[in-house]
Design a protein around this ligand. Structure first.
Ligand code: TYD
Length: 222
């Protein structure tokens, strides 16, 4: 069940989700460019991170070398980073009427910690709804990637794998299934695309869906 609290006023909130190596950042950048060209103010941000405290939490939870981090601690660190992000960055931007594009949001915790770490998707969702006072995206773009494909794509970029990326393919397969379940439960709130489609085609399909959303808003009474 989702809780909707007093809504994000005039802005539009879009989350990009998907497994590691899905190409979310590329698509968020493409969409930001298109919307800015249309005269909209766009805020691009990411999780974990997005605030000074969030960036510290990001390095705590993703970098190797902080000793063992158990699953509940991991879930709470992601939720803490998200609480600061929602309160300090996302909600104020939406209230200013901006378009907010975030690289990952609540669904990442539901998929990675709830399903991947096996903490349970419902409890992780509840924790994060509390952390964000119920702030939900208007649209989630899910770039669906096969785990082996995702690993190939990100290791081609040569950066070392972080704590989560270096988990086994079975872990990433559970995450993929959880993302698809989330989308299937609320199809009107999701755009699901195969990550291996060509970048320009993905960008065009995302743009079309967002343009439709914007047209709906502009057409509706304030
Ligand atoms: P991200 O920076 O998106 O990595 P990449 O750029 O490689 O896609 O996310 C970092 C990692 O953190 C990624 O493996 C997913 C994981 N993660 C969670 O496990 N839970 C969360 O709530 C979030 C936001 C990220």
């Amino acid at each position: 069940m989702t809780t909707q609290t007093p809504g994000p006023a005039a802005g539009l909130f879009i989350a990009f989700e998907g497994g590691d190596g899905a190409g979310k950042s590329t698509q968020a950048a493409e969409l930001a460019g298109a919307l800015e060209a249309r005269g909209l103010t766009v805020l691009r941000t990411r999780e974990p991170g997005g605030t000074p405290i969030g960036e510290k939490l990001r390095s705590l939870v993703l970098d190797h070398g902080h000793g063992h981090i158990d699953a509940r601690t991991e879930a709470l660190i992601f939720a803490a980073s998200r609480a600061a992000h929602a309160e300090q960055v996302i909600r104020p931007a939406l209230e200013r009427g901006e378009v907010v594009l975030t690289d990952r949001y609540i669904d990442s915790s539901v998929a990675y910690q709830g399903a991947g770490r096996d903490l349970g998707t419902e409890v992780v969702r509840t924790l994060n709804e509390w952390a964000t006072s119920g702030l939900q995206p208007d649209l989630t773009v899910l770039l669906d990637v096969d785990p082996a494909d995702g690993r190939r794509r990100r290791t081609a970029g040569a950066a070392a794998e972080d704590r989560l990326e270096s988990e086994a393919d079975e872990f990433h397969a559970r995450i993929r299934a959880a993302f698809l379940d989330l989308a299937a439960a609320q199809p009107e709130k999701y755009l699901v695309l195969a990550a291996q489609l060509p970048v320009p085609e993905l960008a065009a399909r995302i743009r079309d869906r967002v343009e439709a959303l914007l047209a709906l808003r502009e057409g509706s009474p304030a």
